[in-house]
Design a protein. Sequence first.
Lengths: 557, 363
Amino acid sequence: MAGTDTGTDAEYAVELAGITKRFPGVVANSDIHLRVRRGEVHALCGENGAGKSTLMKILYGMQHPDEGTITVGGREVRFRSPSDAIKAGIGMVHQHFMLADNLTVLENVVLGAEALHGIGAKARKRVAELSRTVGLDVGHDVLVERLGVADRQRVEILKVLYRGARTVILDEPTAVLVPQEVEELFETVRSMRAEGFTFLFISHKLDEVRAIADSITVIRRGTSVGTADPHTVTTRQLAEMMVGSELPTPQTGDSTVTDREVLVVSGLELPGEAGGRPLLAGVDLVVRAGEVLGIAGVEGNGQTELVETIMGMRRASAGTISLAGRDISRASTLERREAGIGYIPEDRTRHGLLATQPLWANRMLGHQSRPPVSRGGPLGLLDPAAARRDTERIVREFDVRTPGVDVPAAALSGGNQQKLVVGRELSGDPVLLIASHPTRGVDVGAQAGIWAELRRARAAGLAVLLISADLDELIGLSDTIRVMLRGRLVADADPATVTPEELGSAMTGATEHPGAAPGPPPDPEPDPEPDDDAGGGRHRAADGGNGTSAPTGGSTP
Amino acid sequence: MTRVRTVLLPPALAIVFAALLCAVALLISGDSPLTALRVMITQVGEGTTAIDILNSGAIYYIAGLAVAIGFQMKLFNIGIEGQYRLAACVAAIVGGALVLPPVLHTIVILLVAMVVGAAWAGIAALLKAFRGVSEVISTIMLNFLATGLIAFLIRPDSFGLLRGNNISTDPIEPSGQFPGVSFGSSGTLFGMVALAALLGLGYAFLLNRTRFGFELRASGESETAATAGGVNARRMTIIALLMSGAVAGLVGLPELLGRDFAYTLTSPQGYGFTGIAVALLGRNHPFGIALGALLWAFLDKSALALDNVGVPREIVLIMQGSVVLSVVIAYEIVRRYELAAEQRRVAAQLRAASATPAEEVRA
C-alpha cells in the first residue's frame, strides 16, 4: 500500500486547480478549485447538474480537463484513464454499483486486479484484512446477489482499497441507504479516516455532509463558490451557497382531503417471477379527492409494481382497482388514462418520453386518443397544430426552459423534461395523479416548481398517489403515509408527527407503527436523514440548524 | 434549416462517397469512371430506359414502403420477398380463374394479393407477439416456405399450365389487368406507378396524421414509453407486420397486371431485398424512399449500357452496396452531431435567458 502512497509529506492528498471542462448541453466545469487534506473527509456539495460528477470523473481519469491541473500528493499528474488514477492511489465508488451478481465477494474484488495478489490464498488473505477495515462481515464466498445494498457498497469500497486506493471518492453513497445504514457507513468512514484514508464525499444531502465532513467545498453552476467549515456552517447557509438564493420547502398547507374516494385498490396480488416471493400481496389502499397518499419504502419492495399494476402495465392475479366508482381492473392502460389517471413515471427517459421526438410529439404520448391532440373519428386523426399549441401552454405554465416546442426531448435538461412530463400528465383533467419519484434527478428550481404543481393539483381536488424515496418530500407533501415492505403495506404513518428516522425504521421492518409508537429519540448530532435533494436541511433550518428539531412534516406552517 | 441539413446531407454525402469508391474501383480495373458515368447517363435517354426506370422504381418503392412500415417499429421484415412472391402467385391464380367486370376484377386481384401478403406476414406476427420468435428468423424461414409453396401451386397438377418449357398460371383476362400509359417506342408506363405514389401519400398520412402512425413511431422509439403511454405493444407488433405484409403483397402486381398477366416460374425475384436497401436509403421517409427507389432503378437499368463500352456492369453492385452502407453510417454520424448541436443550442439559449441564479429558483 505504502508504495502507492506518493509524497507522504504533502499536506494535500488531492489538489484540483482551475479545472475547466466544456461539454455540449450540460453544465461544464469552469475554474474549479478543490483541495483535499490528507486523512480528512472532504465533502463536495452541489445540486444535481452542478458539475460534481464531471469533476469527479476528471479526478478519476474518465474525463480529461480542458484546462487546469490535478495534483496528487504534491505531484502534478495527468490521468489518461481510471487505471492511471488507481495507480496514483485514487479509487471511486460509483453511485450505481458495478458488481457482478453471479460472482462471489472475493471474485468481485479480485476481478480485474489479479496481477496484484493473484487469485489464491494471498488474495484471500488480503481481502480478509481489508474486510475488517471496511466493516464487511459476510463470508467471502457468498454470491453478491445475496447481499443487501449496504454490504454491496462495502464490497465496492473493498474493491478500490484492494487496488491500493488511499483516497476514496464516494459518489452519492447514501442515496441507496436507509437512515440506519447511513449511520453504519459513517462509522466505517470515520474508522477508516483514523487509519489514514482520505475521502471525497459527494452529496447534496446537507445534514449528512455536516455530520461526516471535515471540510466542505460547494460548487454551483459548474464552478466552486467556496468552502465551508461543517462545524460552524448551518445547513441553511450551505444550501443557500449551493442554490444561490432562498430555499423551497415541500409543504402542503391546510388539509384539502375530502371523503370522496377516487382510487380504491383492494386485495391486489401480483405473483413473483418463477414462483418467487409475490411482488404484491394483499394490497389495499384508498386515495380520496384532495388527498396525497404517500408510499414510503426502500426501493424494490413493490412500489414500482404497484404503480404499474394500477396503470394496467402489469396484470394483477387477484384484487380489484376502481377509479371514481368504476371498476378498471380489466381496462387497458389507455382506457385507464382516458378514465382520468395521470402518470408521472419514475424513470422519465424510459417510461415518460420519446427522446428524439420533438416536445409536441411527446405531448401526444398517452393522450393520443383524446382532445386536443386527437380529432377523433374512425381513423384516429391527430391534430398536430393543437398539440403544438397545447405544448406551448405547458411550456409557459410549467416553466419548461426550452427555445421552442420543436426541439427533441433529449435536448432538455432533466428538470425541464420532468416539468414537461408533469405538465402533460396534469393535462386533460385527470382525477388521479400517480407521481413516482416526481423530483428525482431534477435541480432545486424544478423541484420547487413540481412541488407547487402537486400542491395545486391537490388543492384542485385531485387524488394523488405519491411514491418517493425522498422522505422529506414524502412527509412534506403527503396527507397520509403508508409504508411498503416486501410487497405489502405494512404500516401507516401520520406525516404530521413522524420523523424520517421512524419512517426509515418502518421501511426496513424494524418497527410496525412508526407514527403510533415513536422510536428512540433521534440522535441530536450527527443526524443523517435520507433526504434526496439540495434543500435537505430545510426543516431543520427553521430552528437554526441545530439538528434537534421537532418532528417535521405537513403540520409545520 | 437544421432539419433540411439532417435529412439531405447524409444521403448526399453517402452517394458522393459511394461514387468515389466506384471510381477508384474502375480506375484500378483500368476503366475510366467518367466514361462509365457518361454512358450510364446517356443511356437514360435511349430506348425504353427512362420508362423502365420509372416502372422498376415504382416496384422498389412499394417494396421499400413495406419494409419501412416495419422499420418504424424496429421490426425487420425480411420476408417481403416471400410475401410478395406468394401474393403475386395466388393473385394470378385467383385472377386467372375469375371472370368479373373490368375495374372490379382488378380490385379483387389487388385485394387478394394484399390479404395473402398480410397472412404470410401474419404467421411471423403471431409467432413474434405470442411466442417471442424473432421476426428476422421467422420471415427468413417463411421465404423458403414461400418458394416451396409457389412451386407446388404452379405445378401443372395444381393450378399451373405447361407453356413451352415454362410453367405459368392461367393468364388473367384483360378485364383484370391494370392499364398502363403507352409512350410508343419508349415503352409503356405501368398504371400501378400511380398506385405506388398513392401508397406513398397514404403512408405519409398514416404516419404523421393518425393515432396509429403515432403509436407506431412511439413503439419504435421506446417500447417502454409507448407502453406507459397506453400503447399495446403486442397489438402494434401484429398490426405493423400485417400492414407490412399487405403492402408487400402489392410488390409483384405492377408486372403481373401490367406486363406478364400470369405468374410463371421465371417471374422476377429479389425485389424484397431491394426494398430493404431502398428503405434504408430513404430512412423510412416517404419521399426519401422514392428517391432511393429511383436511384436504385437508375443504377440497375443504365448499367445495361456499360457492357457496350466494355466496363463490367458489376460495378453497379459495388455502387449499390457501398451507397447503402455509407448512408447508414452517414445518418448515424449526422444524427449524433445534430443532437449534440441541439443540446448546445438549447443550453446556450437558456443561459442567455436566465442570467441570474435567482431566476432559476423562482419556479
